[in-house]
Design a protein around this ligand. Structure first.
Ligand code: SAM
Length: 257
């Protein structure tokens, strides 16, 4: 897969694109990320990429000309079928969209700065606007890196064990299960015995149940398309929760006295 990134700050990408799984995906050729500096396409002597907003007001707006020229320069290497503007006004990114985008042969990611881009860029060049959440950053570079890293995890061979992707939060709907590692007891807190006993069916069931428990408590909106087994596990969780919620008869007596 090829991703072309248009930015005024290519240096922001240097270290994240070299490190860890993403760095390996790029080194192995599974993913190509090419950086284009929008400023290289400014036509004037001062290499101007922004201008004051029509109508007045705070900040500057990224001009059309350098962005159009930068995108058009990619024609021979990128299909330009998916030109994505990172923008707080875009559709909020989720795992489903990440999976869809990872299936594409190429993408263009446009990182804005200042007050954003001239609306005519969105109108004529951009095929989709993506937000990484309801907050505002100073530029689209970190959102682009978030998207690149999320996409890279979906590409074959990037995450060594595909099962770890499938059990991650959101991949199949619910949040991921809690995880433990050695030692078995740390400061009086014990890792669940079932995880240490080697019964794979019991471990799988425990993990699914705890994933559903966490999702029910934190993100009930993700509890959709549940299997019959999930529904049974959720019913068990409901029973356990309501049993915990009702104080035992003795405790009630103590409270009254
Ligand atoms: N004036 C814009 C607004 O109110 O929507 C905010 C501009 S922001 C300071 C500059 C740029 O950072 C944006 O154009 C976008 O490229 C990027 N950006 C900031 N927050 C973002 C977010 N949550 N998701 C995606 N991109 C974001």
């Amino acid at each position: 897969m090829r991703i072309d990134v248009l930015t005024l700050f290519p240096e922001i990408f240097e270290s994240p694109l070299r490190a860890s799984l993403l760095g390996k995906a790029i080194a192995d050729g599974v993913l190509t990320v090419a950086l284009t500096n929008i400023r290289d396409f400014a036509a004037d002597r001062h290499r101007t990429v922004d201008d004051a907003p029509y109508g007045g007001g705070a900040g500057m707006v990224m001009k059309c000309e350098p962005i159009f020229a930068a995108v058009e320069s990619l024609r021979s290497v990128n299909s330009l079928e998916r030109v994505i503007l990172l923008s707080p006004r875009g559709r909020r990114l989720d795992q489903t969209r990440v999976r869809e985008l990872a299936a594409a042969p190429d993408l263009v990611l446009l990182c804005a700065r200042y007050e954003g881009v001239d609306e005519r860029v969105s109108q004529a060049l951009v095929t989709e606007e993506i937000s990484i959440g309801d907050y505002v950053l100073s530029g689209g570079e970190l959102p682009a890196l978030v998207l690149i890293e999320a996409i890279s995890r979906m590409l074959p061979g990037v995450v060594g064990d595909w099962e770890s992707v499938e059990t991650d939060s959101f991949y199949a709907g619910p949040l991921g299960p809690p995880q433990y590692t050695r030692p078995p007891v740390f400061r009086g807190m014990e890792a669940p015995a079932v995880l240490r006993e080697g019964n794979h069916a019991a471990i799988r069931r425990w993990r699914r149940k705890e994933a559903l428990r966490a999702t029910r408590a934190r993100r009930p909106d993700l509890l959709v398309n549940l299997t019959e087994e999930d529904q049974k596990l959720l019913a068990e969780i409901e029973r356990e929760t309501s049993a915990q919620a009702v104080p035992p008869a003795d405790a009630k007596k103590e409270n009254r006295s």
